[in-house]
Ligand binder design. Sequence first.
Ligand SMILES: [Zn+2]
Length: 320
Amino acid sequence: LSADRPFILALDLGGTRFRLALVDQTGKLHRRFVALTHAEDGREQVLRRIKEAAREMTSSVGLETVQGMGIAAPGPIDPVSGVLLTPPNLPGWENTPLKSLFEEEFRFPVYVGNDANLAALGEHRYGAARGVDDFVYITISTGIGGGIISGGRLLLGAKGLAGEVGHMTIDLQGPQCSCGNTGCWEAMASGSAIARTAIERIKGGRESVITSLVGAELEKVTAETVEQAARSGDPLAQEVMAEAGTLIGVGLVNLIHIFNPRLIVIGGGVSKAGDLIFEPARRIIAQRAMPPFREVEIIPAALGDDAGLLGAAVLVLDNT
Ligand SMILES: [Zn+2]
């Protein structure tokens, strides 16, 4: 970054929220804007709101002080052309040319990447994996995303699509996934899976404090409700969290054998459940990873909601 262009405009476009920030080279956020995406309003409306907010933010420091823009968006994405391909979390956004849309708007270089891949870059440069060049990042929330840093570089694959760890098959006969397959890791171990499993078992006749936590409106159960119930000692909730932790561990065993990471960094809302998830995951890794692979640390992510923004900034820093 040159002295007269100290800022990067970073956008993290999510199905629920979008975030904007001006980031400097040290990873400091100078301005920050968060709003609901309201994806149901349609793509044009959402893009208009993002551009407005971005324009306001850049003019507050002067457009000429901005080096470029980095965009973290839901995969799959072509990171070279900057086109959103078929994002399950943003229906109606198929084949959206994000890079060219924003380059036409702002006349500075724009780089686009898969949000979980970029969160991995952010954790590598500024967060929990600083100084570690071989690690696997996963984020567990509604779904499961990931990014693999190998030899200090983000693994992209032939078409830039690598790291979609949430869609590795864990059980051919498993539950339906948003991608159309069955038994994907995210269909079995994500926050949505935790909520769905708890609801199914309560509907099947199991007693649980979860029912009263949501005023008997079971459709309101989230992974957080289940976590809260587990902490209060509820046996069903503890069972569901332990099973999710085990299934998370199963996926990690696969990733450990493929990538031989030194470190696994876990982000996303479900990671806040801490040892309810981490302990059963560590146990299954201790049982199933071949001995030479077992020396792998599993730690929570450090950057929280800023990981995507910071990774988007790293993308610009490393390309300009
Ligand atoms: Zn899937």
